[in-house]
Design a protein around this ligand. Structure first.
Ligand SMILES: [Zn+2]
Length: 223
């Protein structure tokens, strides 16, 4: 997950008791960088307006701007009414990136690893547990034929980006790069770890857990 800044005001349609309109979807798309707020995929066929607290259980929050997020159909359907009070990407105290470690698999049929790093003493620990459970299903659930297909598409996107990250790593290890060329590779890493990039949490952890990447990036890490 990535931190989201709700930088736009509530669209006017919400005061007309509508949440599924073009201006609302566009505003959500802008604040979420056109990515699903749960899986971070930006290449999704169908996007949906996701209620952070489900409106079936919280009807007063159905048209509340702070309760709405941009989501892919797959993640929205998996979350449904099943998960409440997960970590909120708009709340900096929830540290949605630092509290959840995500690792991409190197093979399509292997699972994405999602690990809870939130300390048990942290007041958000229980929310982190629920978030890990949800993300595990968002990334790995293949319990229906449709979910098998949507999972395959999601993993294909993730693997494509992983191979880019490994290419950069390979070039940065080379002793033959000129300072200019090394600067170019570092710029690509900075781009991949910025919040607007698809699956940014994966690439941030990739850098933090890799001595080679970390040594090249240490002056630029702000996450
Ligand atoms: Zn998603």
């Amino acid at each position: 997950m990535f931190e989201i800044v709700r930088s736009l005001p509530a669209p006017i349609d919400l005061s007309r008791r509508k949440y599924n309109t073009a201006p609302i979807v566009e505003a959500l798309s802008e604040i979420c960088f056109e990515k699903c707020y749960l899986c971070e995929n930006d290449k999704v066929q169908e996007v949906e307006v996701e209620h952070f607290l489900p409106h079936s259980n919280h009807p007063t929050l159905k048209f509340v701007w702070e309760n709405l997020f941009y989501s892919c159909k797959r993640c929205n359907r998996i979350k449904g009414d099943n998960y409440e009070y997960i970590l909120n990407p708009c709340d900096v105290n929830h540290k949605v990136f630092r509290n959840i470690l995500v690792i991409a698999p190197s093979r399509a049929n292997d699972p994405v690893t999602v690990t809870n790093l939130c300390p048990t003493t942290d007041p958000n620990f229980d929310s982190a547990v629920r978030t890990v459970e949800l993300l595990n299903r968002c990334f790995n659930d293949t319990s229906t034929p449709a979910r098998k297909i949507s999972r395959r598409e999601l993993i294909n996107q993730l693997l494509e980006e992983l191979s880019l990250m490994l290419e950069i790593r390979g070039r940065l290890r080379s002793k033959r790069l000129t300072p200019f060329e090394e600067g170019q590779e570092i710029d690509r890493l900075k781009n991949m770890t910025s919040p607007q990039y698809p699956f940014s949490a994966f690439w941030r952890w990739q850098v933090l857990d890799d001595d080679i990447l970390l040594s090249k990036m240490q002056n630029y890490i702000n996450f």
